[in-house]
Write a protein that binds this ligand. Structure first.
Ligand code: CP
Length: 292
């Protein structure tokens, strides 16, 4: 069921998480140690809308607070869905560089579509809004993750036998001041780039990016469209350079998979949720394999 703001109702979100976690439980049942991360776009959109509707009554919360809140909510739902498998959620901060060029060119759309009148009102408050096909939407910086700051507790929990939920929504974006103090920033870190950074930080052998489709597609939307199976990083870089992967969808997944393998990971898989257990043992989905 869809609410009037276009988002899924809590019961439907819970059901989707339960469905996803049956596949993760399958992996754990086969003896794999798992760190889970997730997006949070719809949930942050929900908080932003409440911010806007209630700003005259309660102070709106900043974007890094929205990220932290959604990590808690989604982490709790994931842990319930995995029960009785021992699981723990780490509220995770991701360090970003205040000099990242993304802060000068905000491109990540967040929240709902609004009319130009409302967009102008928020622009006057200092926010960046852009016009899309369906209306006006706020855009924020999407800087690259520099470091998953809370990787150490995630690793300790994994070593103690917990399945860990971490870096949800790309992690709570923080920068370090000149005086060494950390503070949150108005940004959204791409979840796929953060997944790569988390996988590296916990020493994962395999990065699995679960999505709606079983494969990345070369020539998407053309008569030559073909699913991409097992590839080397070099072959995938060629396809990437030919422009096969859209920036807002498959692009970051492909880049995250490539970086993971190029920087020492054994393999990275992009596939649909129901394939993830099979993807670990075989070459199912789009698999970037380290060259031997
Ligand atoms: N952080 C992030 O990329 O999440 P969504 O894809 O859910 O917006």
């Amino acid at each position: 069921m869809t609410a009037p703001d276009g988002s899924a109702a809590p019961a439907d979100q819970k059901r989707a998480i339960e469905r996803a976690m049956t596949h993760v439980a399958d992996l754990i049942g086969h003896g794999h140690r798992v760190a889970i991360t997730h997006g949070n776009g719809p949930q942050v959109g929900n908080i932003l809308l409440k911010n806007q509707l209630t700003a005259h009554v309660v102070p709106p919360v900043p974007l890094d607070w929205c990220g932290a809140q959604t990590q808690g909510t989604l982490g709790a739902l994931i842990m319930n869905a995995l029960d009785p498998i021992p699981a723990a959620t780490v509220v995770t901060r991701t360090l970003v560089d205040p000099g990242d060029p993304a802060f000068h060119d905000p491109v990540k759309p967040i929240g709902q579509y609004f009319s130009v009148v409302e967009a102008r009102r928020f622009q006057a408050l200092g926010q960046t809004w852009r016009e899309f096909e369906r209306g006006w939407r706020r855009v924020v910086a999407s800087p690259r993750p520099v470091q998953i700051l809370d990787a150490a507790p995630a690793v300790a929990l994994m070593e103690a036998g917990y399945t860990v939920v971490a870096a949800g929504g790309g992690g709570v974006p923080v920068v370090r001041d000149a005086d060494g103090r950390l503070h949150g920033v108005e940004a959204v870190i791409d979840k796929d780039h953060a997944a790569c950074a988390l996988a590296q930080a916990v020493g994962a052998d395999i990065l699995v990016i679960a999505t709606d489709v079983p494969h990345a597609i070369a020539g998407y939307g053309t008569p030559e469209a073909r699913p991409i199976g097992s590839v080397t990083p070099k072959e995938m870089r060629v396809l990437q350079a030919e422009g096969h992967f859209a920036s807002g969808s498959m692009g970051p997944k492909v880049e995250a998979a490539l970086r993971f393998v190029e920087e020492g990971g054994a393999k990275a898989v992009i596939t649909s949720l129901d394939n993830i257990a099979a993807a670990i043992s075989g070459n199912i989905g789009t698999t970037v394999n380290r060259e031997s």
